[in-house]
Design a protein around this ligand. Sequence first.
Ligand code: C2E
Ligand code: MG
Ligand code: MG
Length: 631
Amino acid sequence: MSYAPGQEPSPAVPRHGRLAGFGVLAAALTVTALVTVLLAIGAPDGVVVATGGLLALLTLQVALWQRQHRLSGALRRSQDSLRTLVRSSVDPVVILDDSLRITFASEAAGSLLGLGVTDLVGVHVFDTVHPDDRSGLAGPLDGDGQAAVRTARIRSADGGWRLVQTTVRDLRADPDIGALVLHCRDVSPSAPAPGADSEPLELSLTDAVTGLPNRTALMRRLGAVQRGPRNRSYAMAVVGVLCSEVLSPGEEATVLRALSSRISRVLRGEDWLARSSDGDFVVLVQGSVADAEAVAERLIATVGPLTTPTGTLPVTAAAGVSQLSADVDPGEALRRADLALRSAHRAGAGAVHRYDDALRTEQDRRTALRADLDGALARGELRLVFQPVVDAVLHRTVTVEALLRWRHPAFGEVSPVEFVPLLEETALITDVGRWVLGQACRTVAALDGGGPGTEALNVAVNVSARQVRSGELVPDVLAALADSALHPSRLLVEITESVLLDDAHVIDDLAALRGLGVRIAVDDFGTGWSSLAYLVGMPVDVLKMDQYFLADVEHDPARRAMCRAVLQLGSSLGLPVIVEGVNTAATLTLLRDMGHRYLQGFLLCRPLEAEALARGIVLAADALDPAPPVR
Ligand code: C2E
Ligand code: MG
Ligand code: MG
């Protein structure tokens, strides 16, 4: 259905009329009665038939007329309600027919462009759109039945351009509407001052993939907001989207478009959405930083698994928020929100972090550490410490885990939790990882036979995912074993769960290590992908249960159940389980009662310097059964 130029939109909605039913019934009864009377008085057959036919026709005519009357009443009422709806919308609304000509423009649409509504009617929509932005709009206007959000420059009466964000709803298949409906918002970087020329928008201000305002538009808008009235406060939320699967550029574009539509739908009228150059979504929120947090949480909640023609993609998001203030320039405001976003990403999916000065200090420290890591090994600032893993049945230390330490000249001891992820950002992790392997094997081999329990002591080495992916792990292990003369079966390589979901070549490398006799342990087991199916058939020999399961295990029945479940899983797969993080006597008792055999934790022994290792491994085993207190 299309609308005549200048008319209000007129959807058709049926409405009943009970009287109409009575009319038809009455006419039918009259026909029957008349025919009966004519027959009764003995009228000739021809007269009876002619009269009956005539009256039947009349009845049909009455029925048709009543139906017509009913429909036009419905039509009038629907027109009234749509007119009210469209008029009450503060945002401009434009309706297009199949040939993309404007059949209706609301008053807000006219005033946005400085035109009367009748000036717009009959115009082809592309005649109003900047030539460079037409292709972005073409897809949604071709119509796939889905709502899509696009941003384009639209020419205004003064010859300038307004940047307009449009939600295109293809309602052509809807029998009540039968048209394309465009809900528009003026998202020009700055609203023109009364009487002033609108800003020329010749630069490309839209993001090619999503059609949203791009970084240039965002910076202009931020500048305009900061120059604007002081009595309004603004904050910014930067939403970063992550997908754990590798996407082709086409898939990525599909995901981003779907997300921009989802996000646009949950924004409030006064929120302003853009896409920054590094691909994050940015929302300018009119209100406090707490308002921005609330908006960010709502947006994140809409980002979830996406169904595409090739399957479901696991998409998640996190957000950083910052307050805009007059003394902070737009670039710095964006950097602050970015910083908060990075901190949120580190905290995990769904996190919303707020920028504060501590975050800046943290960032400065990270930047300094990143720079100083290069050369830390050569300067002799890195070393290994070793933490015993004790066998509660044999009462002896069976393995020591090599743990990396960095003594920074200015910051002192830096935790591997802080610096290993920085190493992993660059190829440095491969060099450091190679050194760790060599040093760990050498230290344990050198200890051999040097005291009780030292013979056949195993050593566990943490290997990062990037190191495994580098393809250099197998030659590095071979070199470390050859150099130290340690038997391969005494080396345990610890990987994280995610590595097992990696490419086939990674799995092949792990299998090759096992072929040499080296054992593979899954570290931090239970915190990663939680899919146990992947373990079957994988080149794995040992599970290391994450410390998370031990937090409050004495009082929390759910954690106890999980500890039992991991143990059972290990035994049904034929894999020994090492429990990490045993640090209270009560936990130790509980774990031993459950049947856990291999234990590691501060209660038994803290990580030891290499020189303290020979004595430390004996003390760790002794700590299994502390001597009764001396009276
Ligand atoms: P991880 O491999 O899971 O190592 C166990 C961590 O738990 C160690 O922290 C250890 O000191 C700590 N731990 C042991 N028992 C207890 C306990 O009873 N209570 C508590 N609260 N903690 C306990 P550390 O040495 O700070 O290492 C942290 C992480 O850094 C390691 O976790 C590992 O993921 C990584 N890492 C350490 N060294 C290396 C390395 O050489 N290469 C790589 N790629 N990563 C390493
Ligand atoms: Mg480990
Ligand atoms: Mg661990």
